[in-house]
Every structure is written in C-alpha cells, then in structure tokens.
Design a protein around this ligand. Sequence first.
Ligand code: HT7
Ligand code: ZN
Length: 872
Amino acid sequence: PSAIFLKDYKVPPFLIDKTELTFDLDEATTIVTSRLHMRRNPAFGKSTAPLVLDGGEDVKLIGVAMDDYALPPEEYRVSENKLIITATADEFLLTCETLIEPQNNTRLEGLYRSSSMFCTQCEAEGFRHITYYLDRPDVMSVFTTTIIADEARYPVMLSNGNEVERGKTDEGKTVVVWHDPFPKPAYLFALVAGDLAVKNDVFTTQSKRDVKLQIFTESHNIDKVDYAMEALKRSMRWDEETYGREYDLDIFMIVAVDDFNMGAMENKGLNIFNSSCLLASPETTTDDTYLRVEAIVAHEYFHNWSGNRVTCRDWFQLSLKEGFTVFRDQTFSADMHSETVKRVEDVSFLKTAQFAEDAGPMAHPVRPASFIEISNFYTLTVYEKGSEIVRMIHTLLGAEKFRAGSDLYFDRHDGQAVTCDDFVAAMQDASGVDLTQFKRWYSQAGTPIVKVTDSFDAATGTYRLTMVQDTPATPGQPTKLPLHIPVRVGLLDEQGSVLTAEVNGVSAEDHVLHLTSSEQEFEFHGLSAKPVPSLLRGFSAPVKLRYDYSSTDLLLLLSSDSDGFNRWSASQQLAVNELTALINQAIEGQELSIDSQLVHGFKALLNDESLDPAMVALILALPSQAYLSELATPIYPAAIKQARQYLKALLANALSADFERVYREHKMDGDYQPTAEDIAHRSLKNIALSYWAETESELAQQEVVSQFKTANNMTDQFAALSIAVNSQHEKAEALLASFYEQWKAEPLVVNKWLMLSASQEQETALTTVKGLMEHPAFDLKNPNKVRSVLGGFGQSVSGFHHENGSGYAFLADQIILLNKRNPQIASRLCTPLTRWKKMQPELSVKMKAELERILAEDLSKDVYEVISKSLA
Ligand code: HT7
Ligand code: ZN
C-alpha cells in the first residue's frame, strides 16, 4: 500500500450538484441506484481528464448510464476499486446501479446490519462501500434518498434532512423519500431502517423555531434515552448562547446501534451512536458513562456547525473539525459541571495517552502530511492535541476575540470545505493577533519539553524565569522549530499566599508568558523574596514542563495554589517523584521503602472540608500504570505495578482512619442523580474505600461486600466490585459471578464485567481471557466486546506483559483474526505492541517478534500502516 500526501492536493476535476439515491433494502443483497448530476469543475481548469469514481471491493457494479444511455462495457472499466469513464460531457447525469451485501459487511463501514437493523457509517471513506462516488469531503452535494423496504420488518426508515414523501410500491413495499437541503460531502450521508422505538421531544430555538427531536433505539432500550435527550437540549441551548449557533433543520434524530467502530457519528440531521455512548440509567450506568454520554451527545451535535456547515477540504484537515469540536465539547462539559475537574480529567488523559502517541512510531502532526489509511488518523493527536491548539488560541486571543474569530470563521466559510489555515486566518483576522509562528503547532509533531530555571535578585526585587524549549525528533521530522507557547504563571510566597507581580509593566496575580524562542527570559518585578512559581497554570500548553520543585514546594502548591489545576498537578508530581524512586528500587530488586511526603499532603486534604470532594478524589488517585509507563524509559511494567501497590498500601495504612471517616461521611442516601455534586461525593467515597480496603481492616472488607450488595446505582456497585477485584478480596470471584448473574440481560453492563474480568492480575490471566472469548456473552463481531476483553487484558500486567511473551502472542493472534473482518478495529488493537522500543529489553524483543509475525500476513491497509511504521 502507498501513502498519499497533503502536498499533492488538487481540487476535484468534477462536481456533483445533486445526488439521488434509491436503496432497495434487503439483508442479503441491497440494490443501490444512484443518479449523480455532475459537471466538470471550473476551478480545475480546462481538462479532458476521465471521470474516476471511488468504490470498494464489496460493491458489485450492475450497470452504468450517462444521460440515461446505458454505457456498453467498452466505455467504462473497473480497476482497483475505481470506476473509470473515459469520455464525458461538461455536464451530465450519471446513473449507477450497484449491489451490496449488508449482512456480510463485517467492516462496519458503508451499509451494514447491526442487531435487527440496517445502518451506515460513511466517515471517512465508507460511502464508497455503498456505491461509486467522488468520495472526498470537498465534493458537496444535495442528497435525496429513497428507501424501499418491507414495512412490517422496517417500520422506521430514516435518512438525512426531512421526510418529503411516503408511499407504496406495486409489490406492497413501503417507499420513503428524504431530502436534505444542505449540500454535504458523502461522509455525512446516513441511512437507518429497523423496527425501532422512539422518544420524541421539541426544542425551541433562539429564533423561536420548533425543532422536532427524536431518539430511536431497539424497543428494550427506549427507557434509557432520557438523559441523552436532556443532554441534547442543553447542548443546543449552549451552542446558541456560547457560539451563536442555531440548529438549521426542522428535525434532529439520533439512533443507537450496538455494533459501531467508534463512539458516534455526526451525519447531518441523523446522528448514529454506539449504544454504549447514548444509553443511560442509574442501575446500569456509572457516573463516568453518564458524563461521557453528555459529552458525546454534545460533541456530535456541535459538529452540525463545526464539521457539517463548515467541513474539511481534505482528510489531512481532520483536526479542523475534530480539534475544534473537542474543544467545544470540553468547554461545554466544564460549563455544565466543574471547570477544574474537567480540565484535570482532560489533561490527565492527554498526558497519558496522547503524549505516548506523540513519542511513539505513529507520531504525526495535528495536520498530518501523509497517510496510507485515513482511519488510522482518528487519533488522540488529531482530537485531543487538536483541541489543545484551539484552547491555546483562546488563551492568546481572550474570550471575546476568540468568539469574534469563530463568528468570522462560520460566516466566511458557511457551506464550504476548508483548511486549518482558514480557521487560523479567521481567528487572526478577527483579533489582530499574529498567529504566524503559532501555526507551527499544526505541522510539527512531538511534545515540546520546556525546561524552567529561576533566580531572584533581592536588590531589585526581580524574579527571573528562564525557559528553554525543545521538541524531540519524531518519524520524518528530525529537527524542529521553536513554537509559540503560552505559559500561564502565578507566584506564591512561602506561606502559600498569592503574590502580585509586574511583568512588562502589567501588574497581576497571573500572567500569560509568550515563549517563542528556543531560550527566553522573563522578569517579574516588585517582589520581596524568592517566590514559589505556579507554572503552566490550567495546563496552558500541551508541553512537558521541567522545573526542579522540592517536595516542600510541591506540598505548598498542593495545599495553597489558587489555581486548582496546579494543586492537582503538584500532587501528581509529588507522587511521580516517590513512585519513580520506588520503581527504581523494584528494578534493582531491592526491598521497597520510602519516607513518603504524600502522606502529609493527603492527610491535610482528607481533613479540609472546604475542598470540592471531586478534586480531593482526583488528587488521591495515584498516577496510573499507563501514565507512569509514558514517563518511563525503558518501561518495566511489573516494577511499576509493584511500586504503585506499595505506595497505595503505605498511604492506606498511614491514613486508614481518615479514609474510613471520609468514606462514611460521603455516603449518600436517596435517589441516584448524575449531578456534579453527587458525582463528587461518590467519587471521593469510592476512592476512600479503595484505600481503606487495602488495609487489613475486617470492617473494610465487609463494607466492600455490603456496598456491592446494597448499592442502588451502578457507580457504587461497580466501584465495590472493582475494589474487590483489584485488592484481591477473598470474595472477588464470587462477586464477579454474582454480578454477571444479575446483569446478564444487559449487554452494556456485561461489557464492563468482561473488561474487569479480563484485567485481573493473576498468573492464569491468559487462560481467563481465552475463556472470556469463548463465553456466550462474547461476540467477535461486536467492537464493544472486543474492546472490553482485549482492552481489559491489556491492563493486566501479569497477563499481557507475561515474561514468556504469551500475552503479546495472544493479542497478535486476535489482530490477525480481525485484520480482514474489521480492519479498523484490528488496527487499533495494535497500539500496545507499537510501544515495543520503550519496553524493558526481555519484553521488547518478544513484542517485536509478534509485530514481525503480523507483518508477514496478507494485511489490510489499516493494519499494514501501523505495523510497518512501528517496525521502521
Ligand atoms: N466524526 C466521527 C468519526 C467516526 C469515524 C471515523 C472512522 C471510522 C468510524 C467512525 N465513526 C465515527 C466521530 C466524531 O469524532 O464525532
Ligand atoms: Zn468529532
């Protein structure tokens, strides 16, 4: 397979003004007729280039006609999944008839079956698995879709836009016609048909138009959509208030499907969701999932403007819509709940997973310069780092100018397919802020390291910060240029009080410093003693900050910083320092021991009732195995696990009484509510229990079982179960079994059970995971189940990282098995193996051998790209 390059972009030679599709739906063979009203693109220039349409190996061409004249075989050819027609007029109607097989579609791209329904997934290049088309985002067309199906089995037949006609065929089948007035690329096309239940609602827009809202699910799930419906209405209101964006059609529909490669899809007027990202009920859904449902409903809704009304010119620009929309959904969630808690969660995820990606063999710029398979670029870099870029623009411009920039962007480019440069240009033009250097963030991969040193001149009361930035080499980018990095800084005195200082004539408690050179010095005036700096407040840029904080400094920041985010950050740094020392002891085979300063920090925290319980819970959570792995070179998984367990037990024993008390204080009676306040109490209570359960206390062990049995919501029940499993509780096995019995009729709960079961630390972890894959609850065709079992297994150090390499071999077997069936899922499963260069030597060679074994197979483009780049 070969790569395609951004530098080779050319406007399309042809345009499609109108697309008329007819689907004669049948599980085994669906016939698709397309009528494409096409013309040569004047912007392409005078040309006699042939018409080349994209197709897929699973699309059988029945016939093709030009202006209703059936083309004889010598006037067209199909080669390498392309339909090539040599002679065309300047303007013409092209009719194609194709045959597809939805029930054999295991890739879950194009039209496929999920449970009893038909559904589609067309982003990025799924539409070509339905019919031949110009399947690229800069070809925008007005779609009319006719669906013909047996009404008894498919009473609900949906597509984009508005239903404009309904009737019967001579054979008694139902015909429904949908028309979407907004021109769109094919990746936003959607079709759904099934016997579905619906929940209806109405949203009145700011201009007083009533929009019909509908959520469709299989009938047994319709009682779990109320939360999503409320989240949708909150999102619609928020986008009007925050961005001035109003919904544009008269109807907005969401459909939940069980088999879906990703979380959800923003098809115009007809969003399709993985049911795991839409359905919620107190008994079956944890707090985390409630928040995820709200965030994803919002994300997909926000795409109606950032993605649909203004879309991407080409797939290299993917972050144009995804980075911006993630920023929008993150801000929305922050506004709905707690800004600091949300920021900590997002940054923690970024630093764990995106930083690892940016340091690995698949590292790429937020706007990649090339790819083999675009599905591989729906990455944390494009999404999460892309969002950080938009956030930095917000910081550089300030809220008001940022809004002026977004208004200009939407107005200027409404109905167009544009680039990341166009986005930045709108921000720059509306604000007058020069973003020329800043744009390097889009083209340069890798996480910058910012080293900070300081000095204090008592004679002049001047505090100096020297910052040095350096971005490590990444594949294809050996050298890097300095970036424009906004560094938000505050200062504290040694009692922890906030200091006001003057920078460049501006006196304030908080300053955004503009680091633009490789090395730069910043002066703070008007100080009487050397302060403790609170650096990178709110994580103002996605960089690795290095400053030599003492434990005393970190404890001070933890207890006193006015920036909540940096209080958390200080606790993490303190924990990382202690864990790093312990990891090194474990690697050396020494007995672990430490004089933990964290004990003092945690003690104060557990006794400070003025704090937000959610923040306390976040601070109490030790850095994860995954984050510590990101920081380590090489990675010794067992040593990291041992160090974490040791420190957790040490803290648990030192503060046992505090944990017990906090656990009891934050227990709540009453009905479950997924509000920020209640979620905060539950999270603190459950983390307190997880520490307390690490002690020898008999009472704690009983409390775990009791919470499991009496909980009136999934958050508490699953927390108790996880604690039992992770603390090797003597009843862990029994509780797991009872949990399955209780919830076996709820697939989304069973998925949680699969994940937890697969993640267990036990010598027999591999046997367990193999057993789970044979379990009646498992289904290889369902991505959620595959992700649960294999994702869970990846967390089991004793299983996945077994010293004999059997865990790696097992994962490689699954990748090979899924490679042809579902290339997107197979490719995503490769990620843990791609980190082989960072692993301890004995494990590294075993991982590499598995990558080589996979590479020897006949691979899909998706898997080939990831594996070959990892081995390069
Ligand atoms: N824009 C959507 C992307 C998506 C996707 C991409 C590749 C393969 C399957 C997919 N399903 C959805 C989701 C989003 O970011 O909103
Ligand atoms: Zn998105």
